[in-house]
Ligand binder design. Sequence first.
Ligand SMILES: Cc1cc2ncn([C@H]3O[C@H](COP(=O)(O)O)[C@@H](O)[C@H]3O)c2cc1C
Ligand SMILES: O=C(O)c1cccnc1
Length: 347
Amino acid sequence: MNDWLAGPCRVPDQTAADAAAARQATLTKPPGSLGRLEALAVHLAGLQGSARPNAARVRIAVFAADHGVAAEGISAFPQAVTGEMLRNFARGGAAIAVLARELQATLEVVNLGTVNDPGEIPGVRRHVIAASTANFCTGPAMTEAKLEAALAAGVASAADAVATGTDIYVGGEMGIGNTTAAAALACALLGESPVTLTGAGTGLDAAGVARKASVIARALDLHADADTPRERLRRLGGFEIAALAGAFIAAAQRGLPVLVDGFIASVAALAAVALRPDVRPWLIFAHRSQERGHARVLEALGADPLLDLHLRLGEASGAAVAVPLLRMACALHGSMATFAEAGVSEA
Ligand SMILES: Cc1cc2ncn([C@H]3O[C@H](COP(=O)(O)O)[C@@H](O)[C@H]3O)c2cc1C
Ligand SMILES: O=C(O)c1cccnc1
């Protein structure tokens, strides 16, 4: 049933990374002066197995799903917004739709199950598992079959991205209540307390955040016996969080670099790394979200994200905003003149 999960992730190509590092040393600039842009190009070279990496063909996958825990009143917005936003993604009005156009990236929107289901709409792929997860304050969010279906949706997305030619895979999400699910899952995976990882999400006030933390504390009590990463994901996750975890693992197994978005995507990454530690080198962290728990999750992953723009949207928006940095890093790496070519004296 989980044969795909047993497959190892690709090992980054050290020869290509070494060749890229050697090229960086010949370019017309003081060594190291392009800072993290140099490191990014070298890292991508290792991941892509090419001394000349590139970030031209970008796939942005946004997984949408509803959460049973929304019944506990843990979001500033009503649950109907998840389904409504699916139409907005399809019509091109959502933030990620604008950014995808700007990047000339392929935008894939997947409906994994929404209470306010828009039905068949052009531009949205239906992979409906159920109208929502179950409320994890009263039982597991997912059955084993639903978890497997959600993971499989992510695997299919990453496999399709590879099959159609993709340089960078970006994963995003939409689901009212999913900062609660992500915080609960991160607490379980990291052994952290809810107050540390619970944030305002779409805009709760201090009292709302305190209530949200107490909802998460109740769920953690109920599921305290969940003792594997998979079981924690099944009981406390969401369809879109599991899909992202599946996509990240499948991308890493196929040698496709991943750009990770904000809090929710990073918790999916945390779950993916817990399931398969060899995923980690394939994950590039785009930004530090304003959501309270994100810094701790990034720390646990040993991640130093590229940007801190005080974003707190999700949808893959922060990752999309970081794509031009990857493109700049690759362009500098590939197109700058060497000292020899330009006739510039070396140190
Ligand atoms: C209009 C709108 C668009 C969004 N796009 C992403 N999110 C973000 O907010 C939600 C998580 O926050 P919480 O846990 O507080 O509900 C997710 O859908 C996330 O993707 C949105 C939220 C709203 C309201
Ligand atoms: O960082 C995120 O992904 C985020 C934060 C708040 C709300 N939705 C998403």
